[in-house]
Design a protein around this ligand. Sequence first.
Ligand code: ZN
Ligand code: ZN
Length: 458
Amino acid sequence: MKQIFVLALFTLYSAAWGAKVYTVETAPKPALFNKSYVSDPDHVLKDETIRQINKQIYFLEQVTTDQIAVVILPSINWASSKEFARRLYNRYRIGQQDKDNGLLIFVVMKPFRVEFETGLGMEGVLPEETCHHIVKEYMTPYFKEGDYDRAILEGLTAVIKVLNDPQNKDALSDGRTTDPQALEKIIVWILAVPYLLFMSVFYFVKKSKGAFTEDYAKLSEAKKKNVSLTIPRWRWLLLYFFLPLFFYAGMIYFYTGPYYTATLIAGAYGMILLTLVDKKSRCEKAYAGSYKEGDYFNQYNQFSRYFDNWGIAAIFFPVPFLFTDAQNNKKLQAIRKHERSCTACGTAMGLLDEKKEDQYLRKSQILEESIKSVDYDVWLCPACDTHYALGYNSKFSKYKACSYCGTKASFLKSDIAKVPPTHSGSGTGEKTFQCMYCKKTSLEEYVIPPLAVAANKV
Ligand SMILES: [Zn+2]
Ligand SMILES: [Zn+2]
């Protein structure tokens, strides 16, 4: 009862001072797992300072696995800040759990206290005297001047220096001699140099092949078929060379905040998406420009094949490629139904409806339409009666072209194992196809691989 009374008084006292009182339970925990090592609910430190602290501790952790948390609270509900720090250290689980190599730098503003709480795995290198020395020599002078940012940064630098000192190697686990700054540079070199080398070689290969151009109309027929290889030089350099480089260097040098990995992955994803969207728009422009006026049937088939190839992009990039499908279909329909003039007399031709078109179709074509393997458009000139039928293959038909009459009406009638496979030898299968139009059957033999031998039977 007396304790509660004291606590209540203390809380009132602190409230009068305007400082929020934290308990071990309510002190906000830094997101250690996310490379954010600072908890500063009252915003005592500048954002820039927190960014620097996070960066330094992050690289220390990468090299040594040691972990440091910095916690600055306006006021606490305990008389002993040392005991409070010890409990906070345990609650936050700082450091690797099997090594207990964590350090909590704990600052209370009212009344002002600084505590260093170390895990068992760190006491060897950072004994209490060393901690006291660091606070007294590197931090207190700046705290006295009210420069909390500098005090924390100087103290942290001193701590990291001790943890990285080769003389302390024996007292610590292995591999602590690397300078965190050096590690940054090593990462940059390891990843950036091969990328630059590869892209430089790639650039000169493309250049020697004449793959850089802006004028798609001037492309040779062979290149029009593989227009995706063609890109303006400045665009290629920007998208594939400089942009990834700037992004990567930026991540390494400037960004150390929370969600580091997520930002890196999202950035890479965005960059790949950007190149894909760019490629798609370029190719489309090139295709559209590479067809003679009136060559709609060819254009339709080319675009149709081209759009199919982009379908795979929707698996990894549902936005926007899942939604471009409707647009692609609209474009295909526009090409398919585009008005055209008679090649004989120049009159505008008419597209016949499903009922009227049958008299211009062969029996085999009418059958194909009825089983939906091919959809025909019949165009008719009202002036000279010139007409032609254009067939559009269904993508999802079970029928394939008959090897006798060519009608797309051949279906798989039976599939039998003529010679069954054994464990030692392969077998033979036979597929029988029958044509719905000419009724002829065709056979197709294929090899069945030997049966797999179960491991326990060997
Ligand atoms: Zn005509
Ligand atoms: Zn047939």
